[in-house]
Design a protein around this ligand. Structure first.
Ligand SMILES: Cc1cc2nc3c(=O)[nH]c(=O)nc-3n(C[C@H](O)[C@H](O)[C@H](O)COP(=O)(O)OP(=O)(O)OC[C@H]3O[C@@H](n4cnc5c(N)ncnc54)[C@H](O)[C@@H]3O)c2cc1C
Length: 457
């Protein structure tokens, strides 16, 4: 058996989850390599909301100050009718002060800035671009990965952090299927009921858009009269806006079949078509959406389907999944990136306890990771789906529910929901813990016996 210090992990996907895991393994002195299908580093997308529960980790890694410099705390989300009258508001400051209770505000950061910061923490030699994972095989001794450029990679453990159409998951589930172990639920394709187009503008003149000057990021969301779409505007640092149009499929959820799958990636080439349809939408700032679109660099506009699915099977043998690969949420709940980060913290904390590279020992740590994370992954998919429905669904009843949810959510209920989301504020158990603020203290964690910095005096 190889000792843990000789174990090699391959992470598929240099997204939020994959890069964070890379940093965690780097600090744990565990050998790893990240395989990313894109030929170069070019993260797309719009805004990510980092909730208080992931910030202790970034503080522990020494990255929180930089994250705060690149982001704005979340102020409030104003929901408007098409005629711009206010339907309701959701506040990140009141009725309960998020920072006072949980130690930090939610921080709004562009996906590009977040991924760039994370990638900078990983030695360049450990991220391999242009490596679309196509085939995976595993046996008692190792896992063998084949990429589109015909390269072959060997590892003891493979972590699939490769997003909603995960190659790692497809392989793992094929294996389970052949053994008759795959549930019917997992064999069904993902469902989706939203198409979406996102972008981040170039810097705009704050004299024209005073919302850019605020210390907090105040969102504006406009819902179409028939609730068939909504459009969102999020002030970022650097005088930029993140914007998003979400189109709701009123015929209910569709299955993401193969044909659609080919268009499912965050693709800039098809974004232009959808953008054209929505260019005349009136924003809350007096201009049309076209103004934002024209000031959005081509490479940072992307179209995507917003699938949702919780998968039951997350691991088998030497392969394990994390993030969107095992629980894909719709982004309205703002949980995708946060849950991917939670997953990889738990996974790293388990990996440092691995006793050998034997499959039973590996599956033991995977099982502990799954036990901790899968109930939350499931709940987050369900809750985000409900929030998406409240934000978008048609009909007078949904209209009523939407308004009631926005105007009359009692303080105790808001606090209960936030408390549940913020109680677990995990840190890497093999690094010195940082003190976490807030009147609600987090779930206790124990330091691990593992000593990672073998070279330290
Ligand atoms: C380009 C892009 C833009 C996004 N924009 C937003 C946004 O604006 N707002 C929001 O809330 N969420 C956005 N998301 C989703 C959000 O990043 C995820 O929900 C969340 O971060 C979960 O992270 P993850 O690590 O599981 O997956 P992701 O962050 O999606 O990362 C998955 C990575 O795996 C790579 N990959 C996929 N298949 C393979 C393969 N076969 N071989 C090798 N690499 C592979 C992908 O290129 C990607 O880099 C975006 C995702 C992507 C990929």
């Amino acid at each position: 058996m190889a000792p843990i210090s000789h174990i090699k992990v391959i992470i598929v996907g240099a997204g939020v989850g994959g890069l964070t895991l890379g940093i965690l393994l780097e600090r744990a002195n565990i050998a790893y390599e990240i395989l990313e299908k894109h030929p170069t580093f070019n993260p797309m997308g719009s805004a990510i909301c980092l909730v208080p529960s992931v910030q202790p980790l970034f503080q522990q890694l020494g990255l929180l100050d930089e994250i705060k410099r690149l982001s704005k705390p979340f102020g409030e989300m104003v929901f408007r009718e098409e005629n711009m009258s206010i339907m309701g508001k959701y506040s990140g400051r009141t009725p309960l002060d998020i920072k006072e209770r949980y130690g930090e505000y939610c921080q709004i950061i562009s996906r590009k800035d977040l991924c760039t910061l994370l990638a900078e923490q990983v030695p360049k030699s450990k991220i391999k671009y242009g490596k679309r994972v196509l085939e995976i095989r595993q046996n008692v001794g190792e896992v063998i990965i084949q990429c589109s450029d015909k390269s072959t990679h060997h590892a003891d453990i493979l972590v699939g952090a490769d997003g909603p159409y995960s190659a790692a998951r497809q392989h793992l589930h094929n294996e389970l299927n052949q053994k008759g172990l795959l549930s019917k639920h997992d064999s069904m394709p993902m469902r989706y009921q939203y198409d979406c187009i996102v972008g981040v503008t170039d810097p705009l003149d704050p004299n024209d858009f005073p919302a850019l000057c605020g210390d907090f990021s105040e969102f504006q969301t406009v819902l179409s009269k028939d609730s068939s779409y909504s459009h969102w505007y999020i002030p970022l640092t650097g005088n930029k806006f993140s914007w998003m149009v979400v189109k709701y499929h009123d015929k209910g959820k569709k299955y993401a079949e193969d044909q659609i799958f080919k268009q499912s990636d965050w693709r800039e080439d098809v974004a232009g078509l959808m953008a054209y349809d929505y260019r005349n939408l009136k924003t809350a700032y007096g201009c049309n959406l076209e103004y934002f679109m024209e000031r959005t660099p081509r490479g940072s506009m992307a179209k995507v389907m917003l699938e949702e699915k919780y998968y039951k099977a997350w691991y088998g043998g030497r392969i394990v999944l994390a993030g969107d690969a095992c629980h894909k949420v719709v982004p309205v709940g703002g949980q995708g990136a946060n849950q991917a980060i939670h997953d990889v913290i738990t996974l790293a904390n388990q990996l440092v306890t691995l006793e050998s590279n034997s499959v039973p020992d590996i599956e033991k740590v995977f099982a502990a990771y799954y036990k901790d994370r899968s109930p939350i992954g499931k709940a987050v998919v369900q809750v985000s789906g409900r929030i998406g429905n409240i934000a978008n669904r048609k009909g007078w009843l949904n209209d009523l529910v939407r308004k009631a949810a926005l105007r009359h959510t009692p303080r105790w209920l808001a606090q209960l929901m936030n408390d549940r989301m913020s109680y677990d504020r995990p840190q890497a158990e093999y690094l010195p813990f940082v003190k976490v603020g807030g009147t609600l203290q987090p779930k206790p964690q124990k330091p691990s016996a593992f000593i990672p910095f073998v070279n330290e005096p």
